[in-house]
Ligand binder design. Structure first.
Ligand code: FES
Length: 164
């Protein structure tokens, strides 16, 4: 299990203190941990459990049940693939396959080199552009699987910062 830093432990402690005495605080505590630290790792969860005396197994069940929680840090590039109805009908599955192929990772995971995190999301409100992805906050719409390699190539250039 990864060892949290002192700062991360202090952040978790602050969050737990903030919710002290509140009934049903498990989900808000986990949401705050994710908001402040970016994810909820098993080690973060263990620390929250020690402080709150909520069994770690209960916290773990929440984190694995709700899709909003991430157990690993985001990759350098965050890719959200819309699977709302319009995007689904317009070929989101094919876009997903192409993205998984180009980034060498699976939806819901971060690539081994830490460059990409892929996530399936519900409608992101740009249905007229379906199928749509959100790459680091930038919307790409009316996509075809053939366009994906270029998008990832450009993202890699951004990551490398050398423009090649
Ligand atoms: S369904 Fe994809 S943006 Fe609405």
């Amino acid at each position: 299990m990864e060892r949290p830093t002192k700062e991360q432990l202090a952040t978790i402690e602050e969050i737990v203190n903030h919710h002290a005495g509140t009934k049903g605080a498990a989900i808000p505590i986990l949401q705050d941990i994710q908001e402040k630290l970016g994810y909820v790792s098993p080690a973060f969860l263990k620390h929250a459990s020690d402080l709150t005396r909520i069994p770690a197994s209960d916290l773990y069940s929440i984190v694995t049940f709700y899709a909003q929680f991430r157990t690993e840090p985001l990759g350098e590039n965050h890719l959200q693939i819309c699977h709302g109805t319009a995007c689904h009908l317009a070929g989101a599955e094919k876009i997903t396959d192409a993205l998984e192929h180009e980034t060498k990772t699976k939806c819901g995971c971060t690539s081994e080199d830490g460059k990409y995190t892929l996530e399936k999301v519900a409608c992101i409100g740009c249905c007229s552009l379906a199928p749509v992805i959100n790459l680091n906050g930038e919307i790409h719409g009316r996509l075809t699987p053939e366009q994906i390699s270029k998008i990832i190539e450009n993202a890699n250039k951004g990551v490398d910062g050398d423009g090649n």
